[in-house]
Structure formats: structure tokens, C-alpha cells
Design a protein around this ligand. Structure first.
Ligand SMILES: *[C@@H]1O[C@H](CO)[C@@H](O)[C@H](O)[C@H]1NC(C)=O
Ligand SMILES: *[C@@H]1O[C@H](CO)[C@@H](O)[C@H](O)[C@H]1NC(C)=O
Ligand SMILES: *[C@@H]1O[C@H](CO)[C@@H](O)[C@H](O)[C@H]1NC(C)=O
Ligand SMILES: *[C@@H]1O[C@H](CO)[C@@H](O)[C@H](O)[C@H]1NC(C)=O
Ligand SMILES: *[C@@H]1O[C@H](CO)[C@@H](O)[C@H](O)[C@H]1NC(C)=O
Ligand SMILES: *[C@@H]1O[C@H](CO)[C@@H](O)[C@H](O)[C@H]1NC(C)=O
Ligand SMILES: *[C@@H]1O[C@H](CO)[C@@H](O)[C@H](O)[C@H]1NC(C)=O
Ligand SMILES: *[C@@H]1O[C@H](CO)[C@@H](O)[C@H](O)[C@H]1NC(C)=O
Ligand SMILES: *[C@@H]1O[C@H](CO)[C@@H](O)[C@H](O)[C@H]1NC(C)=O
Ligand SMILES: *[C@@H]1O[C@H](CO)[C@@H](O)[C@H](O)[C@H]1NC(C)=O
Ligand SMILES: *[C@@H]1O[C@H](CO)[C@@H](O)[C@H](O)[C@H]1NC(C)=O
Ligand SMILES: *[C@@H]1O[C@H](CO)[C@@H](O)[C@H](O)[C@H]1NC(C)=O
Length: 652
């Protein structure tokens, strides 16, 4: 139940939760500085935003202890043998991360989360309700935002719209960029006019615009809830032009602290020249500062910036922390936030010269030019008036983009980190365990191969100055493949080096890695990233397949097609293992058996290779999936569209 005080705050704030249009406005700045130094964990000064601290502490005091107890006491998902009260007292701290990879990643993330929802009777464990944080990158940011702004609606009704006649679900049968058909632009005319009118309002208000704005507007038609089958082309119906990312705070589940805190992940670049000049194998080098967008704050906890501003004031230009003009509100449009995390235009730039992309990109660029972008706008990235201009981080680093008036925000996966680990590794968040959902298209069969884990491991080792730590993982993708770690969930970092104390330097969370894989062919989950629309039946079978894969665990090598019955128990053992260590309890025999089965360490690499070979010999060769044929219908337009959400596979 909500207290009346909370309700009153909620009602007052709701007035400000929806902007009248897509255009940001200028308001007086508050008397206190809006820029906060995030501090340095090595000096014990790292500070989370106050709003986040309050939310998490409310969630921990009012909601989570009971939920952890019921989870531990629920024998349907297996009994760990631990004392539920004792474990719950230690406040297990779980994060869930949904990777990028276009609509495939959105759907793979959604179907997996459905299997982690306590409201679904076929669950591997109600981790969605237990999680403290839920991050999303690119296509994963659409899932994360959609779940949060739709107030934790159960996945099947959220995506399919079956439960709510006013909201049509994700409407994925309509292509995201060309809902009226990809053959001719004509059918899309009104639709584009509407998107362009929205973006024009932002430009007219004096704010920089780019392709990301049009893109974010298009995403809003699908992942937010004001658009349905009937009003899709209506130029007068609202289409979430005014829906703000910070408005997540005013949903009922957030008000009652019943929702994991959603965080979207992005990267940044200094300039087009710096991107072109760089010979990094990814579009954005790992040393570039990654930004996060939460309902409370925008900024970074990385040593290269270590500062943030309130999300409500996003879009405010500051010079060394001082406003250069009035403050800004309504810049944190939810569609723009999703578009920013999935802003891949700069990554496909080099392909523009290729005939395939030229037409559509020039069409979209012309549309932006026609909107009279204010001076300084940068076409191919998300434009954020720089709140960190001339800011000197207190960490001793200098911020790469400190000289920019416009902060250039790019797709969260462009540095290779397609799973949003970084916010979950922020030391002050003290995350114990991360359920990492990886729907990346790394392999030729459009499955994950560990690339994103390796990127995060590299970033932690090379550029994080011990601000974070990542558990040991295999050093190459080849190792992931040979050891079978791309075909089942694996636990990394099982042994805590700090007795479960997550504040110590070098403490890393346990990572539960759930890669997209063929499994026992429960249905296609490896559609091309090029696919920007799905028929209703395809969506249902995709969700079902992803749900089933998440229930499968690590089948025994002797019977690789049978789900592991111990999986829900093993998952439970893993998510509470750091809390168990803090409580000074030894692992029970049943949990130790799980860890022996699911934990990775370098020492068992050889036996994993052997087991993988055995399993492969026992598995009938997979039938081609229907997903494989979908590429046939890709036209020029769809090709570009895909490039926009696709991911780095295209660059290879
Ligand atoms: C669950 O199982 C444990 C041990 O197997 C038992 O002590 C406990 O009573 C069971 N709980 C419920 C709710 O059945
Ligand atoms: C629970 O998951 C199943 C798939 O296993 C799905 O068919 C069903 O619709 C889901 N139920 C709810 C309430 O979302
Ligand atoms: C959209 O979701 C919000 C919850 O975040 C809800 O308050 C609102 O009524 C929904 N709108 C529609 C049109 O379904
Ligand atoms: C539909 O809504 C009802 C009532 O809110 C809920 O109990 C049910 O689980 C929902 N069904 C699905 C498939 O989400
Ligand atoms: C390219 O990236 C490297 C780090 O990967 C950096 O040291 C260098 O300054 C970058 N070059 C340019 C021109 O930005
Ligand atoms: C793994 O995926 C990356 C792309 O993310 C690709 O470049 C690499 O070739 C793949 N490696 C293997 C061994 O499959
Ligand atoms: C999906 O995986 C199957 C094998 O499981 C493969 O035959 C097919 O080509 C893959 N589809 C895509 C689009 O990569
Ligand atoms: C990080 O910690 C390790 C081990 O404690 C130390 O050797 C190394 O110098 C530290 N790195 C930085 C950049 O402080
Ligand atoms: C955890 O580690 C921090 C940093 O070293 C220390 O200050 C704190 O006392 C430790 N907590 C416990 C319970 O040992
Ligand atoms: C925990 O395990 C250690 C090492 O196996 C053992 O010495 C200790 O007695 C155990 N503690 C409890 C409470 O069982
Ligand atoms: C964890 O530590 C135990 C002994 O302390 C060791 O036997 C085991 O191999 C380690 N497991 C991993 C995954 O590192
Ligand atoms: C792996 O298989 C090889 C060849 O069958 C065998 O020689 C080796 O001992 C096995 N290694 C492990 C760790 O099982």
C-alpha cells in the first residue's frame, strides 16, 4: 500500500511528468548547482544520486526482504537449505541486463524476463521482482523502458497488447521506420510528416536535433503506450510526444518501490574526426566515457567523468558546472532516451557511400536539413547540450568531451559492450549478482559468442582505474565457443574474493551469463538484426522460445535435449551466494552441487571442452530455422533501417 504522503507527492509531480509537446522548455535554474561530483570509490567518496539512494533504500526496507524470503521459501523453484530470514537480512542485490541487437534483442530480452517474472506460473524464479536494477542497451533499452513506463505490465500483454484494448502492444507488424510499406515512401508520408513536425518543435525551441530525434519518435509509437492499431496514422492523436523518461518515477509500481530501477546505457564520442581517425576495432574506443540515463540522473561514474546531473534538467548547458543560460526541462523525452541508447547512425556512416544505403540516408538527412537544425547540430549522433563542458573530474582524469558544446551520445553497444554491465559495476551500487541477457549477433548464426563480456572485462582492466572489477572470464570468443559457454547459462566469478563485501576494491559481482543460443530448437530466436518488423505469430513463437530457453539451464551432456531440473534451484543458489557469504554461512551441499555444475573457472576449461564435444556428438544437427529466410525480403530501406538498430555485425 502507498502511504498518503507518497501519493500526494506522486499526484503533484504527475503534473510535471508529461510535457505538452516534444519541445523542451527553459525554466529558472534551482539555487543549488545541478551538477554533482560522483566521487571516487578508491577514496571512499563515491556517491549515488540522492533520489536513487532514497528509492533503493525504500525498496530494500519495504519490499525486498519479504520478496527474498518468499523466493527462498518457495519450494516450487527448489530449496537451497539456507535460512530464508538470515539471507534476506543480508539484502541480496541483483541486477538484470538486457543486451542490444535490434528487435531480436528486445524480444529475446522480453521473453527471458517473462521466465523471470514471479507472476508467470512457468518461472525459473521471480528475479524481475527481486532485482534492484534493470539495465538496457540499444534494442534492450526499448524493452527496459517499455517495461518501466508501462508500469511492469506482464510481458505477454505488454508486447502483444492482448490484455488492453486501448494499447496495442509493441505493434511489431508495422516496420519501425517504414510502417506503411518499404517499397515506396509514399504510404509513409503522413507518418513522416508527423514525426518531423514533432522534431521541428524541438529545433524551433532552439535545441540541436539529429536523426536520433526522428528515430526516437518512431520508437515511441511501438514501445510506449499511446499508439495503437487504430490511431497509428492519426496526426491528431497523441503519440507519446510528451512522455518523459523521468516519468517512470510516477508509475504505480515505482511509487510503491516495486520496480527495479531502470537504467539505459550509451557511449559517447568527441567528434566525427576522432571517430574516423581511430583504428579501434569497434566504432567507439573502450576508453571513451559511457553515459547512463536513469529516472534520476544522467552522467557517468567512470573515472573519465565521475559526474551527473538530474535527468529532469537534461539538456541544460553548463560551463564548469555553471549554467550558461536558463535551465532546461522536458529534454528527457522517453523516445529520445531509447533512441540515444540505440543511436547507431555514426556506426554505419562508412557504408553510406555504398549504393545500398545512399538513398534512404540522404532522404533522412534531407528531412533533418529541412527542419533547420540549430547551428552546431550533429546529424548522426544524439545531441545533448553539454552539461559537462569545461568540467574537471575530481578523479584526476580529464573528460574527453569537455571541450564540446554538444555532447555526442552514441549507441551503447558501439564500444563492443553490448550488455549494459557498467552501471551495475559502479561500486557504490554494491551489486552482488548480474543476470546478463545477451542477444547479440556475434556469430554467423546470429547468436552471442562472449564478445560483450570480453569488452567489459577489457574496459575494467584498462580504463577503469580499479573503480570497478569484473570477474575472470575466458580470454577469447573461441574459448567461449569451445567450452560450450555460448550454449547454456554459465556463472562467472562464483568465488567472492571479499567474503561478499561488495564495497572493497577488487570485489566483483557474480555474473549469470545467459547467451542467446539454439538450445533444443524451441523456435527461432536468431532472426537477423535486419528484421525491423515481425508478424504477430512470429512474436508469439519468439517469446515462447526465449521463455523456454530461460527455463532450460545446462542440460546434462548425456541428454543434451532435456532441461536441467535443478536449474531454478541453481539460479537461486547463485543469486543469493554473495549474501550467503556475507552471512558467513557455508554453501549447502545442494548449492555446492549447483556451483560445481554452473561455475566457470580457468581450471576446468579442458573438461568443459570435452563435455562440449560429447554434447555435440549427442545432438542431432539442427534444422534450419525460419528466421534464416527472413533476409530474403530485405529491401534497400529495410537494410538501412536494420543498420540503424543492427549492431556492429554490419561493420565487419
Ligand atoms: C520447503 O522445503 C523445506 C525443506 O525441504 C521444508 O523445510 C519447508 O517446510 C518447505 N516449505 C514449504 C512452504 O513447503
Ligand atoms: C507465461 O508464460 C507463458 C509462456 O511460457 C505464456 O504463454 C503466458 O502467456 C505467460 N503468462 C502471462 C500472464 O504472461
Ligand atoms: C500508459 O501507461 C501508464 C502507466 O505508466 C498509464 O498510466 C496510462 O494510462 C497508459 N496509457 C494508455 C493509453 O494505456
Ligand atoms: C491480464 O490482466 C489480468 C488482470 O490484470 C492479469 O491477471 C493477467 O495476468 C493478464 N494477462 C496477461 C497475459 O498478461
Ligand atoms: C583513438 O583511441 C585511442 C584509444 O583507444 C586514443 O588514445 C586516441 O587518442 C584516439 N585517437 C583520436 C584521434 O581520438
Ligand atoms: C565473435 O563475434 C565477433 C563479433 O562480435 C566476431 O567478430 C568474431 O569473429 C566472433 N568470433 C568467433 C570465434 O566466433
Ligand atoms: C539461426 O540458427 C540456425 C541454426 O540454429 C541457422 O541455420 C540459421 O541460419 C540461423 N539464422 C540466422 C538468421 O542467422
Ligand atoms: C589497480 O589495483 C591493482 C592491484 O591492487 C594495482 O596493481 C594497480 O596499480 C591499480 N591500478 C590503478 C590504475 O590504480
Ligand atoms: C567492507 O569493506 C569496506 C571497504 O574495505 C569496509 O569499510 C567495511 O567495513 C567492510 N564491511 C564489512 C561488513 O566488513
Ligand atoms: C564451513 O566450512 C569450513 C571449511 O570447510 C569449516 O571449517 C567450517 O566449520 C564450516 N562452518 C560451518 C558453520 O559449518
Ligand atoms: C572456488 O574456490 C574453491 C576452493 O576455495 C575451488 O576449489 C574452486 O575451484 C573455486 N571455484 C571457482 C569457480 O573459482
Ligand atoms: C579430455 O579428453 C581427452 C581426450 O579424450 C583426455 O585425454 C583428457 O584427459 C580429457 N580431459 C579432461 C579434463 O577431462
Amino acid at each position: 500500500m502507498l502511504s498518503s504522503a507518497v501519493l500526494a507527492v506522486g499526484a503533484a509531480a504527475l503534473v510535471a511528468a508529461q510535457a505538452p509537446s516534444y519541445a523542451p522548455i527553459r525554466v529558472d535554474c534551482p539555487s543549488d548547482s545541478i551538477l554533482s561530483d560522483a566521487g571516487n570509490p578508491l577514496e571512499g567518496t563515491q556517491q549515488l544520486p540522492q533520489g536513487e539512494q532514497d528509492y533503493i533504500s525504500r525498496r530494500r526496507s519495504q519490499v525486498l526482504p519479504n520478496q527474498w524470503q518468499s523466493y527462498l521459501q518457495d519450494n516450487a523453484t527448489g530449496s537451497t537449505g539456507y535460512d530464508a530470514v538470515q539471507i534476506a537480512q543480508q539484502q541480496p542485490n541483483l541486477g538484470i541486463a538486457v543486451s542490444g541487437g535490434g528487435l531480436r534483442a528486445s524480444l529475446f530480452g522480453a521473453g527471458t524476463i517473462s521466465a523471470l517474472d514471479s507472476r508467470n506460473s512457468s518461472t525459473a524464479g521471480g528475479l524481475l521482482q527481486l532485482a534492484t536494477y534493470l539495465t538496457g542497451v540499444s534494442g534492450g533499452s526499448w524493452t527496459t523502458t517499455s517495461i518501466a513506463l508501462n508500469d511492469l505490465e506482464p510481458i505477454y500483454s505488454l508486447v502483444l497488447g492482448i490484455n488492453d484494448s486501448t494499447s496495442g502492444g509493441w505493434l511489431l507488424d508495422r516496420d519501425i521506420l517504414a510502417p506503411g510499406g518499404i517499397i515506396s515512401f509514399g504510404n509513409n508520408g503522413d507518418y513522416y510528416d508527423t514525426l518531423e513536425a514533432d522534431v521541428r518543435a524541438k529545433a524551433d525551441a532552439g535545441f540541436p536535433i539529429s536523426l536520433t530525434d526522428l528515430w526516437g519518435r518512431a520508437l515511441s509509437y511501438h514501445f510506449l503506450n499511446e499508439t495503437n492499431e487504430d490511431n497509428f496514422y492519426s496526426t491528431s492523436a497523441p503519440h507519446d510526444q510528451g512522455t518523459l523518461f523521468s516519468a517512470i518515477k510516477y508509475t504505480q509500481n515505482f511509487q510503491s518501490a516495486a520496480m527495479p530501477l531502470p537504467i539505459l546505457v550509451t557511449t559517447s564520442r568527441v567528434s566525427e574526426e576522432s571517430q574516423q581517425a581511430n583504428d579501434s576495432t569497434t566504432v567507439i574506443p573502450l576508453e571513451n566515457v559511457g553515459f547512463e540515463i536513469s529516472p534520476y540522473s544522467f552522467g557517468s561514474f567512470e573515472p573519465g567523468l565521475a559526474a551527473y546531473i538530474p535527468t529532469e534538467y537534461l539538456g541544460t548547458q553548463l560551463d564548469n558546472g555553471q549554467p550558461t543560460n536558463r535551465c532546461v526541462q522536458y529534454f528527457d523525452n522517453a523516445g529520445f532516451a531509447m533512441g540515444s541508447s540505440a543511436s547507431l547512425f555514426n556506426a554505419v556512416q562508412e557504408s553510406f557511400a555504398g549504393a545500398a544505403f545512399a538513398d534512404v540516408i540522404s532522404y533522412l538527412l534531407q528531412a533533418i536539413t529541412d527542419l533547420d537544425p540549430p547551428e552546431g547540430s550533429v546529424d548522426l549522433v544524439a545531441n545533448y547540450p553539454n552539461s559537462f563542458m569545461n568540467y574537471n573530474p575530481s578523479t584526476g582524469y580529464s573528460f574527453q568531451s569537455a571541450g564540446n558544446e554538444i555532447l555526442q551520445i552514441t549507441d551503447g553497444g558501439e564500444d563492443g559492450q553490448n550488455v549494459g554491465f557498467m552501471p551495475l559495476l559502479v561500486r557504490s551500487r554494491e551489486v552482488d549478482v548480474i543476470f546478463a541477457i545477451d542477444g547479440s549477433a556475434d556469430t554467423s548464426e546470429t547468436y552471442a559468442n562472449g564478445t560483450s563480456l570480453i569488452a567489459t572485462s577489457d574496459k575494467s582492466a584498462l580504463y577503469m582505474q580499479n573503480f570497478t572489477a569484473f570477474p575472470p572470464i575466458p580470454s577469447t570468443q573461441q574459448d567461449f565457443l569451445e567450452q560450450g559457454l555460448t550454449t547454456r547459462p554459465t556463472f562467472f566469478g562464483c568465488n567472492s574474493t571479499t567474503g561478499g563485501n561488495m564495497s572493497e576494491t577488487g570485489a566483483y559481482p557474480l555474473v549469470i551469463y545467459h547467451p542467446n543460443h539454439a538450445g533444443n530448437n524451441p523456435g527461432a530466436t536468431n532472426y537477423s538484426t535486419f528484421k525491423l518488423s515481425y508478424e504477430y505469430d512470429e512474436v508469439v513463437s519468439f517469446l515462447d522460445a526465449a521463455h523456454e530457453l530461460a527455463m532450460r539451464g545446462y542440460p546434462s551432456p548425456e541428454s543434451p535435449t532435456e532441461p536441467d531440473e535443478q536449474w531454478p534451484l541453481c539460479l537461486k543458489c547463485a543469486v543469493v551466494d554473495r549474501a550467503r557469504a556475507r552471512a558467513n554461512i557455508n554453501r549447502t551441499a545442494e548449492c555446492q552441487a549447483c556451483m560445481d555444475r554452473y561455475c566457470w573457472s580457468d581450471g576446468i576449461a579442458d573438461s568443459l571442452i570435452n563435455a562440449t564435444n560429447t554434447a555435440q556428438n549427442n545432438t542431432p544437427s539442427p534444422q534450419p530455422e525460419s528466421g534464416a529466410t527472413s533476409l530474403g525480403s530485405v529491401s534497400t530501406f529495410a537494410g538501412v533501417a536494420a543498420a540503424l538498430v543492427g549492431g556492429l555485425a554490419l561493420l565487419a
